[in-house]
Design a binder for this molecule. Structure first.
Ligand code: NDP
Length: 433
């Protein structure tokens, strides 16, 4: 703890996982101690930190810091996104990389855990500036990654545009055409349904969780936070399944739309114009725009936090419970604080943690890797069907793991144990490395 005292998000993620692994550890205490399994699994295999210099449109040199944490390769090559956001530091990347180990294991696919990014802010930058940054970032990163070693993907601030610029630079430096990044454009090895995968997957898992608890997503009122990749496609799939999504948000404000969010308009504002949500409100008579934070004050049956870490705190959890929420499923990584999670669970709210609920993105990235390896492209329907199958299986795996250790209905415990068991087994089998 002392060693990582300056990394609160990493400590928070580790605390959540270790606390819920207690029953699995107690069943095998001697082995865990002797092999220092918990000590090894919480220490990244490798951490790379590097300088990223680039030239802005005024001819001024700017300097950012780049990160790649290769956390655990026990079950496959490192896999995890690249976050571009001013808040990025080594603690944030370590928390995300740590979570990624268990998430990737839960997908049932052979991928290890990693994460990276930079404190660069793509917001307000020209396309040329974004390209200059991405090329410089890859000029260092390329020597540490590869289709069979480490395969980065998108995350906050890294979408199709950024992945394209990075892929071009990788190919130029290494001279190989390989699936080294996922989330690529469809014309150069990307997978159909990858853009939609995290949001769609979140809804497939939420639908299954509700169904197994005698409920149904159809007819429910849903509050979504965020207005990025995950939030947009979660909103779209929720509406397709017959729910009504009444909110979205970004870092400056939020929308309440009494008629239900207009996904086509939201896409136009966020994906095409790269504008703020005020633009959505200006074009939608049924929408109200509010400054600041407030999505969780709205009356809803299902809450889907899809923006960022620690965006749903204890006060928000109390408001949700008072308004009768029945389920919370995390589209973002660790959006709910530990005390808020506990409060929701104690008040009978079904709670699906991000490492299970948002695993559809990385699962589909792994399907993109498979397609690249066999030099084929599957149809949208094929990928979507595999995604749905994976999400339904994930739910049952964590449900069963929770039951096995006497924590029925506690999907946090279930997800952590189910994700951990496979990785721990592989680490043991591979000796002390
Ligand atoms: P995007 O960059 O596409 O969107 C992020 C959204 O969240 C934006 O609306 C952004 O608003 C808002 N946001 C970001 N940071 C903050 C903040 N500090 N406070 C308030 N709002 C904020 O990212 P994604 O949709 O890809 O990612 C969202 C979450 O989902 C992240 O936690 C990510 O790690 C997780 N995730 C993403 C996956 C994917 O496939 N994309 C896969 C699994 C998890 P603004 O534009 O104003 O910054």
């Amino acid at each position: 703890k002392a060693k990582n005292a300056s990394q609160p998000e990493f400590l928070q993620a580790v605390e959540e996982v270790l606390e819920s692994l207690r029953p699995a550890v107690e069943a095998n205490e001697e082995k865990f101690k002797k092999e220092a399994l918990l000590e090894r699994i919480t220490e990244p295999e490798r951490q790379i930190i590097f300088r990223v210099p680039w030239v802005d449109d005024n001819g001024q040199v700017q300097v950012n810091t780049g990160y790649r944490v290769q956390f655990n390769s026990a079950i496959g090559p490192y896999k995890g996104g690249l976050r571009l956001h001013p808040s990025v530091n080594i603690g944030i990347i370590k928390f995300l990389g740590f979570e990624q180990i268990f998430k990737n294991s839960l997908t049932g696919l052979p991928i290890g855990g990693g994460k990276g990014g930079s404190d660069f802010d793509p917001k307000g930058k020209s396309d040329r500036e974004v390209m200059a940054f991405c090329q410089s970032f890859m000029t260092e990163l390329y020597r540490h990654i590869g289709a069979d070693t480490d395969v980065p993907a998108g995350d906050i601030g890294t979408g199709a545009r950024e992945i394209g610029f990075m892929y071009g630079q990788y190919k130029r430096l290494k001279g190989v055409y390989e699936g080294v990044l996922t989330g690529k454009g469809l014309s150069y090895g990307g997978s159909l349904a990858r853009t939609e995968a995290t949001g769609y997957g979140l809804l497939y898992l939420t639908e299954e969780m509700l169904k197994c608890n005698g409920n149904d997503i159809a007819g429910k009122t849903v509050a979504v936070s965020g207005a990025g990749n995950v939030a947009i496609y979660a909103t779209q799939k929720a509406q397709e399944l017959g729910a009504k999504v009444v909110t979205v948000s970004d870092s400056t404000g939020w929308i309440y739309d009494s008629e239900g969010i207009d996904v086509a308009l939201l896409k136009e504002v966020k994906e095409v114009k790269r504008a703020r949500l005020t633009e959505y409100a200006a074009n939608r008579p049924s929408a109200e725009y509010h400054e600041g934070k407030g999505v969780w004050t709205v009356k809803c049956d299902v809450a889907l936090p899809c923006a960022t870490q620690n965006e749903l705190n204890l006060e928000d959890a109390k408001a949700l419970v008072a308004n009768g929420v029945i389920a919370v499923a995390e589209g973002a990584n660790m959006p709910t604080t530990l005390d808020a999670t506990k409060y929701l669970q104690e008040n009978g709210v079904l709670f699906a943690p991000g490492k299970a609920a948002n695993a559809g993105g990385v699962a589909t990235s792994a399907l993109e890797m498979s397609q690249n390896s066999e030099r084929l492209s599957w149809t949208f329907e094929e990928v979507d069907a595999k995604l749905k199958n994976i999400m339904v299986n994930i739910f049952h795996n964590l449900d069963n793991a929770a039951k096995k250790y006497g924590f029925e209905g506690n999907y946090v415990v279930g997800a952590n144990i189910a994700g951990f068991e496979k990785v721990a087994d592989a680490m043991t089998a591979q000796g002390i490395v």
